[in-house]
Ligand binder design. Structure first.
Ligand code: ME8
Length: 511
């Protein structure tokens, strides 16, 4: 029986074009999806765009477009970015699709039927940029007397009739959830923040707005549109076919992991499980939060003019080089800085020198000295067995780290083996064995090919294009590149294609 795995990205606001932050979370989720496919799971990988709400409506107006044409255009640009960055999503979701209206209407009805919705009046602070309500004590006053949210977003005072969700009734249930499932929120530092926020007491949440129209109408109260976060979060179940539990995708719910940025953890780890509990639906198993990328030491912002575009980065350094950099350079849950120098170092040291040269040296020795055929292994020395053992341990180490979204440590484990293989080739010196002991030379080269095969197999989720090329050169059959296929040795004597470098060095363009 195959086991299912459902992973999601946040759905992105279409108020402006995509940038590196969006690409980052999408690539991280993509690595999870590709890893699980490689490890034999039946995967459903969802991403898309969040198209309703005041912020998008305002952006459309500023662009002089009607909201639907505006969102069509920006959503297509996000989709293009995802495709160009190698994001292997199974479904592209848009909250303006008709099926989502049906799903949100039903979710609302269920929550209402549970007695958790009532009509009231909202009076308080709202930040359009965050699409979030804030309490007075969360705000900071600026010297000019204005107030800002913790995110730095300006807030405005709103007063309007509103439906409320009885969030206050879910405090104990949420606290038991965090206690019973300590990995529900990762990393642990975020879990602790969320827990203390909930412990501090929850107020009922305003879940409808009446001062603009760009949203899903509330059933039987068409002058209200649903709060954009209720609409947005529900994308994760709509995509599974909700409310049609006979739909083909329903089997994927509940999600295994919602990958999100730290800015939206509260919506995912507090509001979303509470909505689901109220509606009688199962809860996702994990909310995994990423940290922040800053550009050359400064927070990326449109006004500073240092917003990085992922597609441009891939055009400059190579797609796989960028994907590798993003997951290697900082822990997923922590913050990190992106700079030209840091990408060049990773490209030239980790990829071109450590991994690229190792493969190139091994394969060109085989091309020159073994008639381009995979040599057979003779009796193993301790050094051979040590290297092979460390390579064979990689799938389970990767499984352990990736199951907790600790990508950088998973990669470090792979690089430990790459470094060991480089030490091995230098020590065994197969180029010298060519004259003294060709059988031993064959064994050494075969140990290296077998090691590289494991390395390239487990690195496929991070660098799909380059690792496919490396596996071609190692003679691994294209239809047999899953983790399970590693148990079947490559046939002795199989002909290998002429070796070609997989990772070119980055060379500064001449001014
Ligand atoms: O919040 N570094 O959408 P959004 C790393 N529509 N990640 C970054 C980043 C940065 N500098 N900037 C943004 C929304 N991100 C909602 C989500 S889900 C039901 C609705 C990433 O377009 C990060 O993952 O503002 C963040 O959570 C996401 O982009 C926010 O995208």
């Amino acid at each position: 029986m195959t086991t299912r795995y459902y992973v999601t990205t946040p759905i992105f606001y279409v108020n402006g074009p995509p940038h590196l932050g969006h690409a980052y979370i999408s690539i991280a989720a993509d690595v999870m999806a590709r890893w699980k496919r490689l490890d034999g799971f039946d995967v459903f990988f969802l991403t898309g765009t969040d198209e309703h709400g005041q912020k998008v409506e305002q952006a459309a107006r500023a662009a002089g477009m009607d909201p639907q044409s505006f969102t069509d255009k920006i959503s297509a640009d996000f989709r293009d970015m995802s495709e160009k960055m190698g994001v292997s999503f199974d479904q592209w979701f848009r909250t303006t699709e008709e099926r989502h209206k049906v799903s949100c209407t039903e979710l609302w009805r269920r929550i209402k039927a549970a007695g958790d919705i009532y009509l009231g009046h909202y009076e308080g602070w709202y930040a359009v940029r965050d699409e979030a309500f804030y309490d007075e004590d969360e705000l900071t006053s600026r010297p000019d007397g204005s107030k800002v949210a913790p995110s730095g977003a300006p807030v405005e005072w709103v007063r309007e009739p509103s439906y409320f969700f009885r969030l206050s009734a879910f405090q104990d249930k949420l606290l038991s959830l965090y206690e019973e499932q300590p990995d529900f929120i990762l990393p642990a530092s975020r879990r602790n923040e969320v827990e203390s926020f909930v412990r501090g007491g929850l107020r009922d949440l305003s879940i409808s707005r009446t001062t603009f129209r760009w949203g899903i109408p509330v059933p039987e109260a068409p002058d209200h549109v649903m709060y954009v976060w209720l609409d947005a979060l529900n994308n994760y179940v709509t995509a599974c076919g909700f409310p049609d539990e006979a739909a083909a995708n329903w089997k994927y719910w509940p999600a295994d992991v919602h990958m999100v940025g730290k800015d939206i953890i509260r919506f995912h780890a507090v509001y979303w499980p509470a909505f689901l509990m109220s509606a009688g639906l199962l809860l996702p198993r994990r909310i995994s939060s990423s940290g922040w990328w800053v550009a050359e030491g400064e927070k990326m912002s449109k006004s500073v003019g240092n917003v990085i575009e992922a597609r441009e980065l891939a055009a400059t350094y190579g797609l796989d080089q960028v994907r590798y950099f993003l997951l290697r350079e900082k822990p997923f849950g922590g913050d990190g800085s992106i700079s030209h120098q840091a990408i060049v170092t990773r490209t030239n040291v980790d990829l071109a020198n450590d991994l690229g040269n190792l493969a190139q040296r091994t394969l060109s020795l085989i091309a020159r000295n073994c008639e381009g055929r995979l040599p057979a292994k003779g009796a193993a020395t301790e050094a051979d067995s040590d290297l092979l053992r460390s390579a064979e341990a990689l799938p389970s180490l990767l499984r352990e780290h990736l199951d907790r979204q600790v990508f950088h440590e998973g990669l470090e484990e792979v690089w430990k083996v790459i470094r060991a293989a480089n030490a091995y080739i230098d020590h065994e010196a197969p180029w010298a064995l060519r004259r003294t002991d060709t059988a031993r030379m064959g064994t050494v080269l075969r140990v290296l090919v077998d090691t590289l095969r494991v390395i390239a197999t487990v690195l496929q989720p991070f660098m799909p294009g380059s690792m496919a090329r490396m596996l071609d050169q190692l003679g691994a059959p294209p239809a047999a590149r899953w983790v399970a296929h590693l148990a079947t040795p490559l046939p002795d004597g199989c002909a290998l294609p002429a070796p070609q470098g997989v990772f070119p060095r980055y060379v500064e363009p001449v001014a």
